[in-house]
Design a protein around this ligand. Structure first.
Ligand SMILES: C[C@@](CO)(OP(=O)(O)O)[C@H](O)COP(=O)(O)OP(=O)(O)OC[C@H]1O[C@@H](n2ccc(N)nc2=O)[C@H](O)[C@@H]1O
Ligand SMILES: Nc1ncnc2c1ncn2[C@@H]1O[C@H](COP(=O)(O)OP(=O)(O)O)[C@@H](O)[C@H]1O
Length: 465
């Protein structure tokens, strides 16, 4: 049977839980059945994994979901959190295709290995994984995450004599693809303090990087061409910041190779979440590694600045206090916080807002301490956007009922900061259907830098093996 594997969508979550339930039926009578039946997949965790791009669905010839796989990052390696196929679609290679898909994603992302927990006595469990390159892990070699899983399984009454954890070592993609994250940002406040002779505005802002964003696939081409291999509606390849970033790097570094660039857009475009800028920064950082240009962070940030005011912070990969046009950055240690990010589905043009006559562009400078004390939280664009974009105003009003809602950048997306993830999830769950909401964590170090570390380690490992 042929199947197509695609990223899962949030509206498929219930279907995936039905698939899990149906697949579990095969364990009725097995000693593991009571603990499986007692602990179905958590709906919230599944939704988060889908939004993070960590779940893929296998569609049968009729386009119906027949199985899925979900992964989770654990101690720097990838764990298969769940893999299920409808019993009616069993023995047709769908499970194997899903497993290979997850392993390919992990290998392209630079992870060294994939782990999973399974049952030693069930033919479609441990023996199946062994056929796909997984080996049982000696309990003395358990990582802290596996020790925790083991203890948790014991607590929930799992038949531990049948429990086995397995690992598969990964090889770099044979087709040369690599994957890189491009996280979104929030502006925790934004003040405009002046206008420069070139028309650009002097501003002050705090950039908070998130653990959620776009994903790019890159591979080197030998013929010097730079090609975007996915369509982005409304953005022709020539004007896409990813293509412009690759060209700029090549010119500057004086190297001749080319690249293919695939883009999985998740960050709403023109939403004030910096998606295009982050994509550009990811291309600069990733191609600097893949093309072996050896430019340092300062040189890459300077190239980024030429592409857009928001690019340098993504290149440097730290949440930061920013001045100038956004390029003078001071890394800022921010407390652990969670965010409901609300998308009113309205494109707000940044250039037009910066030109608005009613924009306050001569505010007195704020200080880092006034931000840290919670005194400075305003966004200079909010009154202008509210007046010009009633839909954004309505979304701000709705989110404002749950706490102090703030616009990010020039909008139209907005956010609410919470102390716990559960609080953010509770608000997101009530979001009216005309808006989109999701939950993200603030990070102090960009997932892009973690990916760079992984890819460095993977290429060093490939050289020595
Ligand atoms: C407002 C902010 C806040 O983070 O974010 P977004 O809403 O775009 O995410 C940024 O300053 C946006 O940065 P970015 O989106 O990279 O802007 P650019 O491409 O460099 O500029 C787009 C246009 O905005 C105006 N612009 C931008 C930055 C700035 N400091 N002053 C300006 O006047 C210019 O007219 C410029 O032509
Ligand atoms: N790779 C890209 N992703 C998103 N937008 C892009 C990209 N390349 C160019 N653009 C253009 O940049 C504009 C601003 O996009 P984006 O960075 O997502 O929003 P914002 O600047 O509001 O944070 C888009 O409307 C689009 O025309």
């Amino acid at each position: 049977m042929s199947c197509t594997i695609v990223p899962a969508r949030l509206d498929q979550a219930d279907t995936l839980r039905d698939i899990e339930r149906a697949a579990q039926e095969l364990f009725r009578g097995h000693p593991a059945w009571p603990s499986y039946a007692a602990a179905p997949m958590d709906a919230q965790a599944l939704a988060e994994a889908i939004v993070a791009g960590h779940v893929w669905v296998a569609l049968d010839e009729d386009g119906r979901a027949a199985g899925f796989v979900g992964v989770a990052v654990e101690d720097g390696e990838i764990g298969i959190a769940e893999i299920d196929v409808l019993p009616s679609h069993g023995r047709r290679g769908i499970g194997a295709a899903l497993l290979e898909h997850a392993c390919a994603w992990a290998a392209e992302s630079g992870y060294p290995s994939v782990v999973l927990g399974t049952l030693s006595d069930v033919p479609w469990n441990a023996p199946f994984y062994a056929r796909h390159g997984f080996e049982a892990i000696d309990p003395r070699q358990y990582t802290p995450a596996l020790v925790e899983h083991h203890a948790h399984d014991r607590e929930r009454g799992f038949p531990m004599h049948l429990r086995v954890f397995m690992r598969r070592r990964l090889q770099a993609s044979s087709e040369g693809w690599t994957r890189w994250p491009a996280p979104a940002k929030l502006n925790l406040f934004l003040r405009i303090t002046g206008r420069r002779a070139d028309g650009y505005h002097e501003l002050q802002t705090v950039f908070r990087l998130l653990d959620w964003g776009d994903e790019l696939r890159l591979r080197v081409r030998g013929d010097g061409a730079i090609r975007r291999v996915t369509d982005v509606p409304g953005v022709p390849a020539e004007s896409d910041l990813v293509v412009r970033a690759a060209r700029l790097l090549r010119e500057h570094a004086g190297v001749a190779p080319g690249a293919e660039i695939g883009l999985e857009k998740r960050i709403p475009m023109g939403g004030g979440l910096g998606g295009g800028s982050s994509d550009a920064a990811t291309v600069l950082v990733a191609l600097n590694h893949l093309w072996r240009c050896r430019l340092d962070e300062d040189a890459l940030a300077e190239l980024g600045r030429r592409l857009g005011a928001d690019v340098p912070v993504f290149v440097r990969g730290r949440s930061a206090w920013a001045e100038g046009v956004g390029e003078r950055l001071t890394p800022l240690a921010l407390p652990r916080r969670h965010y409901v990010v609300l998308d009113p589905h309205e494109h707000v043009p940044t250039t037009a807002l910066f030109q608005a006559p009613e924009l306050t562009r001569n505010a007195p400078p704020a200080t880092i301490s006034s931000f840290v004390s919670g005194e400075t939280t305003e966004n200079a664009f909010t009154p202008v956007v509210r007046k010009r974009h009633p839909r954004v105003a309505a979304a701000l009003d709705w989110l404002g009922r749950h706490g102090p809602a703030r616009l990010s950048g020039s909008g139209g997306c907005m956010f609410l900061e919470t102390a716990t993830r559960e609080q953010a999830e509770a608000v997101a769950a009530q979001c009216p259907s005309e808006f989109g909401a999701h939950v993200a964590n603030g990070v102090s170090r960009s997932p892009l830098l973690a990916a760079l570390d992984r890819h460095h380690a993977a290429s060093a490992g490939a050289k020595t093996s």
